[in-house]
Design a protein around this ligand. Structure first.
Ligand SMILES: [Zn+2]
Length: 61
C-alpha cells in the first residue's frame, strides 16, 4: 500500500500527497496499474493517483 494516500472515513476525505479531496477509496482496482482507485466526490468520477488520470470510462462486467 502506498503511504502517500490516506483515507479518513469519518470526514469522507482523502489525503493524496498533502492534498485533501472529498471522496473515498474504491474497492475496484485501476485497470492501468492495479492499485485501488479513488472516487473524487467533487467531480463525481474515479481517479487513479498513480496513473494520474481520470477513470471515467469503465466497462461493466
Ligand atoms: Zn492506475
Amino acid at each position: 500500500m502506498h503511504s502517500r494516500i490516506s483515507e479518513n472515513v469519518v470526514t469522507g476525505m482523502i489525503r493524496i500527497s498533502g492534498e485533501v479531496i472529498p471522496g473515498w477509496m474504491d474497492t475496484e482496482p485501476c485497470t492501468g496499474c492495479g492499485i485501488a482507485r479513488v472516487y473524487h466526490e467533487k467531480y463525481d468520477t474515479y481517479f487513479c493517483y498513480e496513473c494520474n488520470c481520470w477513470l471515467e470510462v469503465l466497462v461493466a462486467t
